[in-house]
Design a protein around this ligand. Structure first.
Ligand SMILES: [Zn+2]
Ligand SMILES: [Zn+2]
Length: 338
């Protein structure tokens, strides 16, 4: 950003005219200041508080530059606080070219509001802007045929999207593509390249942890969109119905409540969009996953110690390699359709 020249108006003059310092600054400088605030805000309330200072601030806070720069903290509305106003704010940010806003709102509309078409369109917009989480999420949707019928799954497109995100260093996409190559899911089988990719994913994950540690920050892999989904589906139906779109009928929400299973990876938050959409662990059949990346993550942090094979004859020695080796009954490496 270019350096901003200080106002030549003295404090004496300001006090004599009764105006604030900002009253004497041109709009473009105030917008620049608001954009800086927007890009560094820790909570949605930070920008809202600045916008409420006066009418001029409120108008300038709606400028494309400010909305385009809105930080993750600024966009991270909690599920329990969700409202039509929050939806409109993220929509305006998305329209201003903020890919993070496009992705978050896309995930919320797709999974929480059952607005599959507009949700997917927002995720596509984010993906076209280079948002890696959006590319991977679109791959998950294609692999599962989410929001559509089982026969509408496009495994080749899913693998292609994973390849695009993996090429740019996305860990989960690299894991997913590695498993695809291992068992020929959407791609020509190539176990050697699959193992290489899985090894590469471990390296990328370790590098991320090291980088975060060197910056003195807590390593947090979970995206806000996933945290939102987790919180959203833990709310009561009444709470969700009261805070969301009028276009989502109570019937739809009740159906979703009663029959749809969540991904068993607690850090994922996705819920099935049709019955039996997710695949279950082929050993114990007691957990369900939206993707192999989620199965791998959950195995590492939780399921390794809790997986009890249904058939004790299965060679289940409790290590992660075993999850990859225990082949499904015709499904996607280590998990199968029910
Ligand atoms: Zn998942
Ligand atoms: Zn299991």
């Amino acid at each position: 950003m270019k350096p901003v020249k200080r106002s030549r108006i003295s404090n004496d003059k300001l006090s004599s005219t009764g105006g604030s310092f900002f009253d004497h600054l041109p709009d473009e400088i105030v917008v620049s200041i608001l954009a800086l605030l927007s890009s560094s805000a820790n909570t949605p309330a930070d920008l809202a508080a600045a916008a409420m200072t006066d009418r001029r601030f409120s108008q300038l806070a709606q400028s494309k530059l400010v909305l385009n720069k809105a930080s993750m903290g600024c966009l991270a509305v909690r599920a329990k606080n969700w409202s039509d106003a929050a939806d409109r704010f993220l929509q305006r940010c998305a329209e201003a070219g903020n890919t993070e806003a496009s992705y978050i709102l896309g995930m919320i509309r797709f999974y929480c509001a059952c607005s599959r078409r507009t949700g997917a369109a927002l995720m596509v917009s984010a993906a076209n802007g280079g948002h890696l989480e959006a590319i991977f999420s679109l791959a998950v949707i294609q692999f599962n045929g989410s929001g559509a019928r089982k026969q509408d799954r496009d495994l080749t497109l899913g693998a292609g999207l994973c390849a695009r995100a993996a090429k740019l260093g996305h860990v989960d996409a690299t894991i997913e593509l590695g498993h695809c190559l291992m068992d020929g899911y959407g791609v020509t089988s190539s176990p050697l390249n699959g193992r290489l990719l899985l090894h590469r994913a471990k390296q990328l994950d370790a590098e991320s942890e090291r980088q975060q540690a060197s910056l003195g920050t807590l390593y947090q892999k979970t995206h806000h969109a996933n945290l939102f989904l987790s919180e959203w589906f833990s709310l009561s139906t009444d709470a969700r119905n009261g805070s969301y779109y009028s276009e989502t009928s109570l019937t739809e929400l009740l159906v979703a409540d009663g029959n749809m299973r969540p991904c068993s990876n607690a850090m994922c938050g996705r819920q099935e969009t049709r019955m039996h959409e997710f695949r279950r662990c082929s050993a114990c059949a007691s957990v369900n996953y939206c993707s192999r990346a989620c199965q791998t993550a959950d195995w590492k942090f939780r399921h390794r110690s809790g997986c009890t094979p249904r058939n004790q004859g299965i060679n289940h020695n409790g290590n992660q390699d075993n999850v990859e080796q225990v082949q499904p009954e015709g499904g996607h490496a280590g998990a199968h359709d029910v």
